[in-house]
Design a protein around this ligand. Structure first.
Ligand code: SAM
Length: 284
């Protein structure tokens, strides 16, 4: 079955009484090259157990099933269950579950479905929950790779380098746990219904060792404080975001060899890690 062909999927969806829901971020792929390329560039193979979030009618699920050892597809919309039974029910290595990824117990799912395989994620994510889903997936530390299609604007923020306009707390978070790579763009006319913006596919590869050996809680408190008020100098931003006087913050910044007027947006992980050490010492 050609699962990106509107002449195939519209009658199928109508037969099951399905209507697109904007609040569930339902923009289905209608260009065959896209799911094929996402699955190919995700790098999943027979030794991979792949979690797909939001299979829709199953066009990416089918591409993943051809390559991966197992596919677990988690779909929030119960109306798509009978559709998916028709479209991907014949793949022996695919399990479709009706559920919400935000409520899912990921370690339990990985344990139950991917025994002996390397866990990965591959998905065309619902746009309305991109950041919380990515935070949950990356923070879980469970997946060797996470290949996802998201809005281009968010993709740029995830992959941004220090000193660029797109760089922010989310980019530091992603870089702390993974190496992020922007793979390719997908234009709005590849979807039904057509979204307003261009999408991008990114691949996040988990780091073997974290980017810095620090107190993670304090590290991210500092990162958030630095970017909360990005127009301020780092010293001013941190003195309103942390429970330490301006003098002590200025001392910590100087001890890291950073100029007094430095701004948070120019700092990479090594500088934020050095600051975490210096500030941590002054907080205790
Ligand atoms: N994979 C399909 C494709 O590429 O054509 C559909 C992708 S569509 C952008 C996002 C899918 O995620 C929809 O099927 C939607 O119902 C599902 N979804 C939305 N929120 C979800 C959630 N919290 N948990 C699991 N699936 C969700």
């Amino acid at each position: 079955m050609e699962l990106t062909d509107l002449k195939v999927i519209m009658p199928l969806l109508e037969r099951h009484g399905f209507h697109f829901s904007k609040s569930k971020g339902q923009n289905f792929l209608i260009a065959p090259w896209v799911p094929e390329r996402i699955a190919a560039e995700s790098g999943v193979g027979e030794r991979t157990g792949v979690l797909e979030i939001g299979p829709g009618v199953g066009c990416l699920t089918a591409e993943l099933a051809k390559r991966a050892g197992r596919v677990l597809a988690l779909e929030i919309d119960g109306r798509l269950m009978p559709v998916l039974a028709e479209t991907v029910g014949e793949f022996e290595n695919v399990t479709v579950l009706n559920g919400d990824v935000m409520a899912a117990d990921l370690p339990e799912l990985v344990d139950r479905y991917f025994g002996g395989l390397s866990p990965a994620v591959c998905a065309n994510l619902p746009y309305n929950i991109t950041s919380p889903v990515l935070t949950k997936l990356i923070g879980s530390g469970l997946f060797g790779t996470v290949t996802v299609m998201i809005q281009r604007e968010v993709a740029r923020r995830v992959c941004a380098k220090p000193g660029t306009a797109d760089y922010g707390a989310f980019g530091v978070f992603a870089d702390f746990y993974c190496r992020a790579k922007l793979l390719f763009d997908v234009p709005p006319d590849c979807f039904q219904p057509r979204p307003k913006v261009t999408s991008s596919v990114i691949r996040l590869e988990r780091r073997d060792a974290l980017a810095a050996n620090v107190d993670e809680k304090l590290f991210f408190r500092i990162v958030r404080a630095a970017f909360n008020q990005r127009r301020k100098t780092l010293v001013n931003a941190l003195s309103s975001g942390l429970t330490l006087g301006k003098g002590e913050i200025a001392e910590a910044v100087a001890a890291c060899g950073l100029p007094e007027a430095v701004r948070g947006e120019t700092l990479g992980i090594p500088e934020f890690a050095a600051l975490t050490e210096e500030i941590g010492r002054r907080l205790t």
